[in-house]
Write a protein that binds this ligand. Structure first.
Ligand code: FSX
Ligand code: SF4
Ligand code: F3S
Length: 374
């Protein structure tokens, strides 16, 4: 942090507080806790971070650093002490390797290891070498001393595009090689920079990692299907679908399900926490979600293939219909609205079942439990 600046990232106070409020909301914490998050961001010792790049396109770092609004990257880079990052560091060659080993030795047990990219295992890992060492060797060297491993992107989380199909390099995600360190997967191709920021802020604020789902993803960001909060959802519920790119339905913003949208089977917060602070995400600009946070969908299901819908989930904002405590139940008007809404959802579900006889195998991510947020 610049000594003359009061706030991390040299941000004006308003920007800093705005980011902390946004991150607090993403973490599913009550609004009042933004001051605790802001205090942690200002006062916590900066955790040393070693950032390794393996098989990937660097899109994850790019999206983090080149967000149209530079404050997210400024804040992240000021919250951590980035000791090694091949794309960003000024040093190279032997100097860079020395910095890596010095940081690992000096911060053993304390540093966060961020991994970007998949790890090729075939032929002793010769497909990805840095400083004469394979990705497998580098990971095995760096992981044991890490307090935790943060996998940024679907490649390091689950193998990504490199691992699809015949997988000639036997590419895998970190979880296939590291089994004795805590791992947080932050998938997306690339992931939303706010999800990385929020994970780091959570760690700084609570001195522990966030709750994870069955795939190791923070529940606060990957706990709900994007279909639940999609702005095209009213069209889905009403049975209004774009049938082809550029048709009248597409032009009118109808639901993209029939173009292969994987939103009903994809756990992520894109539809709420959009990208690059300009309020867009794939579905909002007319492209179906390709399920980039899901290991069994991304690049495995064809873009145009429809996912089967077993449990059309109602909006979060619908009033609960199962309150039993006396005096706490919904009033008659609310009940009526809920009834109408539920009828619309069930009706849409029945209609979908009738209209989609060729739906693909189940992709509902049913392993998720939806514990109340902290
Ligand atoms: Fe993978 Fe990230 Fe996709 Fe690319 O670095 S998640 S290919 S956006 O960039 O690792
Ligand atoms: Fe939105 Fe896709 Fe769901 Fe349609 S299917 S409501 S476009 S997430
Ligand atoms: Fe990825 Fe789908 Fe979000 S493609 S960016 S999970 S809308």
């Amino acid at each position: 942090m610049n000594k003359d600046s009061q706030f991390p990232g040299e941000l004006p106070r308003r920007e800093f507080i705005k980011l902390c409020v946004t991150a607090t909301a993403i973490m599913g914490l009550p609004f009042r806790m933004h001051s605790q998050v802001a205090a942690a961001a200002q006062s916590s010792p900066r955790p040393p971070v070693i950032w390794l790049h393996f098989q990937e396109c660097t899109g994850c770092s790019e999206s983090l650093l080149r967000s149209s609004h530079p404050t997210v990257s400024s804040l992240i880079l000021d919250l951590i002490s980035l000791d090694y990052h091949e794309t960003l560091m000024a040093g190279s060659g032997a100097q860079a390797e020395q910095s890596l080993h010095e940081s690992m030795a000096a911060n053993r047990g304390k540093y966060l290891l961020v991994v970007e990219g998949a790890i090729p295992k075939a032929q002793n890992g010769i497909f990805c070498k840095i400083g004469g060492k394979t990705a497998v060797e580098l990971l095995r060297e760096a992981a044991p001393g890490a307090a935790a491993v943060l996998c940024i992107g679907t490649c390091s989380s689950f193998g990504g595009i490199q691992s699809v199909g015949v997988n000639p390099t036997s590419a895998v995600g970190v979880r296939d090689l590291v089994t004795d360190r805590p791992i947080v997967n932050i998938p997306g191709c690339p992931p939303n920079p706010y999800n990385f920021l929020s994970t780091v802020l959570y760690y700084l604020t609570f001195k522990r990692l966030p709750k994870l789902d069955a795939l190791g993803r923070p529940k606060f960001a990957y706990g709900r299907k994007i279909h639940e909060h999609c702005e095209r959802r009213p069209h889905f519920d009403a049975g209004r679908f774009a049938q082809a790119y550029g048709d009248a339905g597409h032009a009118q913003g109808y639901c993209l399900y029939k173009l292969g949208c994987k939103g009903p089977a994809t756990y992520a917060n894109c539809s709420v926490q959009r990208f690059n602070d300009v309020g867009v995400w794939p579905v909002s600009i007319g492209h179906p979600c390709i399920g980039c946070t899901e290991p069994d969908i991304l690049f495995k299901l064809p873009i145009a293939e429809k996912v089967q819908i077993h449990d059309p989930t109602p909006f979060d904002s619908y009033a609960p219909a199962n309150l039993k405590e006396k005096g706490k139940g919904p009033d008659p008007l609310t009940t009526g609205i809920v009834g109408l809404a539920a009828g619309a959802v069930i009706g849409a579900g029945i209609m979908m079942a009738k209209k989609l006889p060729n739906a693909s195998p189940t992709q509902t991510g049913e392993s998720h439990d939806h514990e109340p947020k902290e």
